[in-house]
Design a binder for this molecule. Structure first.
Ligand SMILES: Nc1nc(=O)c2c([nH]1)NC[C@@H]1CN(c3ccc(C(=O)N[C@@H](CCC(=O)O)C(=O)O)cc3)C=[N+]21
Length: 284
C-alpha cells in the first residue's frame, strides 16, 4: 500500500481562492493589501521563490512591492530598504528573503522590521508573542504544515510528533505551534546533536523533516501509517529538488507530502494569509 498524498498544491489553491474574496472585500473598504519582498543577492533558488510569491499575489489581488539588492550590499544598505518598507503605506506586509549573504547580521535586520508588517512571523516580538500565547502572525512553513495535516484529517491531538531540525524558520517554531492547547501534540525535537535519530523516528505518528539533509528519513525508520512531511530542500547535481525524505518512505507511511508540491506551496499560501489578516486588523 502506498501513502496518501498531503496535497499542498490543491490545499494552497483552496486557501488562495478564499483569500481572493477577502482581498476584494478589503478593497471595497479602501484597503489594498501589498506584499513587499526584499531579496539580497542572486541565488537562483531564492529568486525563484520570490517570483512564486509575487505570482500568488497577482492571483489573489494583493499588490507586489519588490526590492532587490546585489550580493555585495552592506548591512546599512539593507537596513535602509527595511526602513523604507516600514514607512511605505502601500506595503502592508513584507518579508526579507533568508538567508542573507555571509557577513550580514540577519537578526538585526529582522529586529528592525515593523512587527505589524512582519508577514513571516519571524520578528522577535512576534516569536515572543507565540511563546506567550498571544495572537501573532504565525511562521508560514510551520503553519502550512499544520494546515496541510488538518485539511487531510490527520489527527494532531495526542499524536507523537518528531520534528527534525532547529532552524529559525521551521524547526524552532514548529513545536511551539504543535504544543498549543488547540493542537495538543506531544513533540520531540531532534537535531544534529541527537544520539539516535532512528529510535525517535520509529515512534512518531507524525514526522516533520526540516533538517535540509537529503533523504535523511529512511523507510526502515518510519512507523507504518505515520504522516511524513518533507520540508527539507536540497538540490542535487542537476539542480533538482531533493527532500529530507527517502522516496521509499511512501511505501510505509500512511500520509506523505510530496516535495515539490507539498509544504512549499503551503508556505506561500500562509504568507498571503498573514498579509490579508494584517490588513483586516488594520480596518478593524
Ligand atoms: N524570509 C523567508 N521566508 C520564507 O518563507 C523563506 C525564506 N525566507 N527563505 C527561503 C525559504 C524557502 N521557501 C520556499 C517557499 C516556497 C517554495 C515552493 O513553493 N516550492 C515549490 C517548488 C518550487 C521549485 O520548483 O523550485 C514546491 O515545493 O512545490 C519553496 C521554498 C521559503 N523560504
Amino acid at each position: 500500500m502506498t501513502a496518501q498524498i498531503l496535497d499542498g498544491k490543491a490545499t494552497a489553491a483552496a486557501i488562495k481562492s478564499d483569500l481572493t474574496a477577502r482581498v476584494a472585500a478589503l478593497k471595497e473598504k479602501g484597503v489594498t493589501p501589498g506584499l513587499g519582498t526584499i531579496l539580497v543577492g542572486d541565488d537562483p533558488g531564492s529568486q525563484k521563490y520570490v517570483v512564486g510569491k509575487h505570482r500568488d499575489c497577482a492571483q489573489v489581488g494583493i499588490a507586489s512591492i519588490q526590492r532587490e539588492l546585489p550580493a555585495t550590499a552592506t548591512q546599512e544598505e539593507i537596513e535602509a530598504v527595511v526602513r523604507e518598507l516600514n514607512e511605505d503605506p502601500a506595503c502592508t506586509g513584507y518579508i526579507v528573503q533568508l538567508p542573507l549573504p555571509r557577513g550580514i547580521d540577519e537578526n538585526r535586520i529582522l529586529e528592525l522590521m515593523d512587527p505589524a508588517k512582519d508577514a513571516d512571523g519571524l520578528h522577535p516580538m512576534n516569536l515572543g508573542r507565540l511563546v506567550l500565547n498571544e495572537p501573532a502572525p504565525l511562521p508560514c512553513t510551520p503553519n502550512g504544515v499544520l494546515t496541510l495535516l488538518r485539511q487531510h484529517g490527520v489527527e494532531i491531538k495526542g499524536a507523537e510528533v518528531v520534528v527534525v531540525g532547529r532552524g529559525v524558520t521551521i524547526g524552532r517554531p514548529m513545536p511551539l505551534l504543535l504544543t498549543r492547547r488547540s493542537e495538543n501534540a506531544t513533540v520531540t525535537q531532534c537535531h544534529t546533536g541527537t544520539r539516535d535519530l532512528a529510535s525517535h523516528l520509529r515512534r512518531a505518528d507524525i514526522i516533520v523533516a526540516a533538517a535540509g539533509s537529503a533523504h535523511l528519513v529512511r523507510p526502515e525508520d518510519v512507523k507504518p501509517g505515520a504522516a511524513v512531511l518533507d520540508v527539507g530542500v536540497s538540490r542535487n547535481a542537476e539542480g533538482k529538488i531533493v527532500g529530507d525524505v527517502h522516496p521509499g518512505v511512501a511505501e510505509v507511511a500512511g500520509w506523505i507530502s510530496p516535495n515539490p508540491g507539498g509544504v512549499g506551496p503551503m508556505t506561500r499560501a500562509q504568507l498571503l494569509v498573514n498579509v490579508v489578516e494584517a490588513a483586516e486588523r488594520s480596518v478593524g
